[in-house]
Design a protein around this ligand. Structure first.
Ligand code: GLV
Ligand code: MN
Length: 195
């Protein structure tokens, strides 16, 4: 979904003091082979958190050589029962492959049709750009998946945090009316999310 590159590469200077649609390139005199390799997805993510899952991002911010190339990857680790909660990527479709364990992968179309399947090692899924999706570990042990994107920075709107834990908050009146619940339900969700 990203625009096409205009040169072989443009290793991002992510700390450049200017902001453009992407990142400026590091001077070619400073480029080494190491720029094009990244071991940030080699470590097991810490799943001791609210959701029992963690996404380790291999996007342009973590791996600057991806700048302008329109691709990136994540590693997603799951504790037993862990969930990568409903979220969407505004700038990218997502494909993924399960490496270990058993994952229920689901997404919902803009017409509110739900598609899902339980996948095990070697099996692949696709999430069309922008659609809300999740993965739930339904196996006995831990699970691991790698995901790939057609954007160097897909973005991720994580619904529970977007809706219930924004800064500043969405007014209670909006949420009580939208979800047809009382304020105490909203407050309970907020406090469980740590807000
Ligand atoms: C999984 O859905 C991911 O965004 O990496
Ligand atoms: Mn995703």
């Amino acid at each position: 979904a990203d625009p096409d590159p205009l040169q072989d590469f443009c290793v991002a200077d992510v700390s450049a003091p200017l902001s453009i649609n992407g990142f400026p390139c590091k001077p070619s005199s400073q480029i080494t082979s190491d720029d094009f390799f990244f071991d940030g997805l080699s470590k097991v993510g810490n799943t001791t958190n609210l959701f029992g899952a963690t996404v380790t991002a291999g996007n342009v911010l973590a791996f600057p050589a991806l700048n302008t190339l329109g691709i990136s990857m994540n590693r997603v680790d799951f504790a037993p029962g862990g969930v990568n909660p409903p979220h969407s990527h505004p700038r990218s479709s997502e494909s993924g492959v399960v490496i270990e364990g058993k994952l229920l992968v689901g997404f919902v179309t803009t017409n509110n049709v739900y598609h899902s399947k339980v996948l095990s090692a070697g099996q692949m899924f696709v999430i069309p750009r922008g659609l809300v999706h999740f993965q739930l570990n339904v196996g006995e042990g831990k699970a691991l998946a790698f995901t790939a994107f057609n954007s160097h920075l897909p973005g991720s709107s994580v619904l529970p945090f977007n809706v219930f834990a924004s800064t500043p908050s969405i007014p209670d009146k909006v949420l009580t009316k939208a979800f047809q619940v009382d304020e105490d339900v909203i407050n309970s969700i907020r406090s469980k999310l740590g807000f």
